[in-house]
Design a protein around this ligand. Structure first.
Ligand code: ZN
Length: 390
């Protein structure tokens, strides 16, 4: 049995929310006559009562699909379990989860039937997480559940939203995880056009592709080394002034300034880099940016056998990963070393299937992030760190 209008609803959803299309088409929709609702389980299956959905427009059914996909993307089922939500709290949790989803999607064009929950209905501001809405509504409630439940008529969002035992089956967990990462990549890609993607979804995507390396700690150590090398060189030339430094007597000596370390990232974009590895690249770039602070901007070079011009970015969303040919990370390192101002540290993000130069560049430290399981070793002259998939 099919759901009338499903194709039109999916099309509406893919047109209005193109960055969620992979998720919308990745979910299976199963007719469940008599259920009186549309719910979703953790295996990416939606169970829909055709009699109910038959009353909806394509935009309304499409919006319900998008809404439920967002429950899955945001792993509301798992998070409900972590928050200790049992059968008695399930409907309250779902209201909180709905508020997390609906706040900025409704202004982006989500057209849900009935009376969708928005943060204001819970007396809360936009932009919080389900856990925060849940705590707030529980804190504001009388001792014995005396708050009125005002569920929309279709809103039994299902085990995919509340984590209560549901039907087993559907997509295995690892496939669901790949689907989530794919959608997160799509969201980041669309987010390059300002205003194209709601801010809450962008935050979700950046967190989903979360970096695995503690760049703050790693870079701090490498930058210290780089700076002490530079400072040492300056100290040396200061003690033995050359004729040249005597001529330029008025210049501020490097040792007297606070060094401003520059960091460049070379991203492997050769053909062996799969979409999933490229998503990891973006996640680690985001982590590098965060570790350097918002003020500092990072220069990013995409590299296969040629290095693309350096991009100055303040967010991984701005990075364009062009390439797709053979691999030579040595080209990328040389291009990074030629940048002005010269980076103190060059981070190379690669699957490791690349030739390397026989020695490291002078005056620039190289850190190699080896992505994926089973990447070959990096050369000894570089500091290397392994980045495993989730
Ligand atoms: Zn919901």
């Amino acid at each position: 049995m099919t759901i009338p209008g499903l194709a039109a609803a999916r099309l509406w959803a893919a047109m209005r929310f193109p960055y969620l299309a992979t998720g919308v088409f990745g979910a299976t929709v199963i007719a469940e006559p008599g259920s009186g609702t549309v719910s979703v389980d953790e295996g990416w299956r939606m169970h829909a009562d055709p009699e109910l959905t038959g009353e909806w427009t394509a935009a309304q059914l499409g919006s319900v699909l998008v809404h439920h996909v967002c429950h899955l993307l945001r792993t509301h089922g798992d998070r409900a379990k972590l928050a200790g939500v049992g059968p008695d709290e399930a409907s309250e949790w779902v209201r909180a989860a709905d508020a997390e989803i609906n706040d900025d999607l409704i202004s982006a064009g989500l057209d849900l039937p009935g009376d969708p929950v928005i943060p204001r209905a819970l007396g809360q501001p936009d932009g919080l997480l389900a856990e925060q809405y849940y705590e707030a509504t529980r804190a504001g409630k009388g001792p014995r559940g005396d708050n009125p439940r005002r569920l929309s008529e279709w809103l039994d969002c299902g085990s995919g939203a509340d984590g209560q035992p549901g039907g087993d089956g559907g997509l295995p967990r690892w496939q669901a995880e790949l689907l989530r990462r794919q959608v997160a990549q799509d969201v980041i890609a669309h987010g390059k056009q300002p205003g194209a993607v709601p801010a809450g979804l962008l935050r979700w995507a950046a967190e989903t592709l979360s970096p695995k390396v503690n760049w703050r700690r790693l870079l701090a150590a490498e930058l210290r080394r780089a700076i002490s090398e530079v400072a040492g060189a300056v100290d040396y030339s200061y003690r033995k002034p050359s004729r040249r430094s005597a001529v330029t007597g008025d210049v501020i000596l490097p040792a007297l300034r606070r060094p401003v370390p520059e960091v460049a990232v070379v991203c492997d974009t050769s053909g062996s880099m799969t979409e999933d590895l490229l998503a990891m690249v973006l996640a680690e770039v985001e982590g590098l940016l965060r570790s350097l602070g918002l003020a500092r901007r990072l220069r990013v070079l995409a590299c296969d056998t040629a290095a693309a011009p350096a991009q100055r970015v303040s967010s991984a969303r701005q990075v364009t990963l062009v390439g797709g040919g053979g691999t030579d990370m040595g080209i990328g390192i040389a291009a990074a070393a030629a940048l002005r101002p010269r980076p103190a540290v060059c981070v190379v993000l690669t699957d490791g299937y690349t030739p390397w130069p026989s020695g490291g560049p002078k005056g620039m430290r190289v850190v190699v992030g080896l992505l994926g399981d089973g990447a070959p070793d990096a050369p000894e002259w570089a500091r290397s760190v392994r980045v495993h998939a989730a």
